[in-house]
Design a protein around this ligand. Structure first.
Ligand SMILES: [Zn+2]
Length: 305
């Protein structure tokens, strides 16, 4: 791979004061240059779990990687993209979780593409999220209809003049998740496989498989620049993947210990174990999902073994 000139700028690192009401904050922007390609990363404040969407800007237009979640930040994302004043080519969706596509309601004029398994998961789960999320966040914060994913991605494609590779990882943070790589730039969007300075969805069923994927990713990442689905881009943090593995080990231990407790006990234990991490709403969602759904299911499975 030829060496490209790389440079990074963080325009606004969590510029919102923390005590604002939900949806009142300001999205953070970080910009990275890879030769004449620019990656813009937009990270929501804590109240929207620090969801990160990215824009790959080349001379042929803009490719978006994932959307935002809550409406106010989705609108800010749209305004930012409009300000770049280039044609939007496509949105590439990494996985079916609602925090990465609900805000795409602000992009009705752009087509969405994903790998077939992600499309299938989206079809299956979107009706559940559309019922659940307005109850959690208020109907004014999230949409009530499912976006359409119009195209299934192949394993390798050229989009807006750039070569992309798509690798499906089964199990882990989501039942299926796509790693989106730009091999000629040394860039990889790992999205929710790695959180950066933020909590992760530790309520997921199979943390062991997630750790296995991360161990493999660590072994092959080389000097690729990684971009995540929650938190600030990790390009400057060499230990991001190893930190995520350690985080999941803590989660496994605390899940086991508190599996019969109220979800708030598990949440408090994870926050106490990692006081340096932000995005507590994500710790809330993860704890609830584990205590209410995953722990009973795992106990049933063990009883049947
Ligand atoms: Zn997410």
């Amino acid at each position: 791979m030829k060496m490209l000139h790389r440079s990074f700028t963080l325009l606004c690192a969590l510029c919102s004061p923390l005590a604002l009401a939900v949806g009142q904050g300001q999205i953070s922007v970080s910009i990275a240059h890879f030769g004449d390609v620019t990656v813009h990363s937009l990270t929501a404040p804590e109240d929207s779990s620090m969801v990160s969407s990215h824009v790959v800007e080349s001379d042929q237009g803009l490719v978006l990687i994932d959307g935002q979640f809550l409406r106010p930040y989705a609108k800010q994302f749209r305004d930012y993209v409009d300000g770049l004043d280039k044609p939007m080519v496509e949105v590439l969706l990494s996985h079916h979780h609602p925090d990465h596509w609900m805000g795409l309601e602000y992009f009705p004029d752009v087509k969405v593409a994903a790998q077939q398994t992600v499309i299938d998961n989206h079809k299956r789960m979107a009706p559940v999220y559309l019922k659940q999320k307005p109850q959690e966040y208020g109907a004014e914060m999230v949409i009530d209809y499912a976006i359409e994913i119009g195209r299934a991605l192949a394993n390798e494609e050229t989009i807006a003049g750039l070569r992309y590779e798509f690798t499906l990882l089964k199990g882990g943070e989501a039942p299926a998740q796509t790693l989106i790589a730009l091999p000629d730039l040394g860039v990889m969007f790992v999205q929710d496989m790695v959180s950066s300075e933020a909590h992760a969805f530790f309520g997921a069923r199979d943390l062991a498989t997630w750790r296995t994927h991360l161990t493999e990713l660590e072994a092959k990442k080389g000097d690729q620049v990684l971009f995540t689905g929650h938190g600030l881009p990790v390009q400057l943090r060499a230990n991001a993947i190893l930190d995520q593995i350690a985080y999941l080990e803590t989660a496994e231990r605390l899940r086991e210990q508190h599996q019969h407790a109220d979800y708030k006990t598990l949440k408090a234990a994870m926050i106490a174990a990692h006081p340096e991490l932000k995005a507590n709403p994500l710790a809330d969602i993860a704890s609830k999902f584990y205590i209410e759904k995953v722990a009973p299911m795992l106990r049933e499975q063990r009883a049947a073994d």
